[in-house]
Ligand binder design. Structure first.
Ligand SMILES: Nc1ncnc2c1ncn2[C@@H]1O[C@H](COP(=O)(O)OP(=O)(O)OP(=O)(O)O)[C@@H](O)[C@H]1O
Ligand SMILES: [Mg+2]
Length: 181
């Protein structure tokens, strides 16, 4: 429990720092050739404890060669924030991750079958400190998705959500292989 709380606290601090840096307009990209499949496996490993205690089974399906010219740490943060949400709001139901590449555009999809999001909140959840759940039931700052949207945008990509209350949510990140294509 202590290890888990320690990791949670570390993530809180990271998230606050990320958001602060973004707000100050200080994000700079450190681009290199990055394998999205490896990042996904890495993040799934790091969140293994939380996954296990959530009870959600995870399935990961990644095509070969989902490589791009991306910022490894930022991409890892994007995957991590979205998977943390799927775990937290996933009601112990299965979580599915898919990644593929077509025409120099990578698509990352993460789907859960948890509490879902009310339609009228779907736009707001990407804004800082906006949450669609009560703080009493679910911990969090409301910064995760804000950071995701900012980082995805910095890499010239987009993030979208489709969701139904009580049925689950699907987040889709689309990223060009490189910023210039
Ligand atoms: N997979 C999901 N299923 C249901 N609701 C979600 C999901 N992901 C995000 N949300 C809703 O969007 C809100 C904002 O998400 P975000 O990740 O920014 O904040 P958080 O998870 O509450 O806190 P933090 O990420 O800062 O720890 C959440 O509070 C929740 O209401
Ligand atoms: Mg979150």
């Amino acid at each position: 429990v202590i290890i888990q709380q320690d990791r949670r606290l570390a993530r809180f601090v990271d998230e606050l720092l990320d958001a602060t840096e973004i707000r100050a307009g200080r994000t700079s990209l450190k681009l290199s050739v990055v394998n999205l499949g490896e990042i996904i496996r890495d993040v799934v490993g790091k969140l293994g404890l939380e996954l296990a205690s959530s009870g959600s089974a995870i399935s990961v399906s990644v095509d070969n060669g989902v490589l791009g010219f991306w910022d490894e740490m930022k991409l890892s943060q994007i995957v991590s924030n979205l998977l943390s949400n799927a775990i937290k709001f996933g009601l112990s139901k299965p979580i599915e991750i898919r990644a593929s590449m077509e025409d120099d555009v990578a698509t990352f999809v993460i789907r859960d079958h948890g509490i879902g999001i009310a339609e009228e909140r779907l736009d707001a959840i990407f804004d800082p400190f906006e949450r669609a759940v009560s703080a009493r039931h679910y911990g969090g700052l409301g910064l995760g998705l804000y950071v995701v949207r900012e980082l995805v945008t910095a890499m010239a990509g987009t993030v979208q959500v489709s969701s139904r209350i009580d049925e689950g949510s699907t987040f889709t990140v689309v990223l060009p292989r490189s910023r210039t294509t």
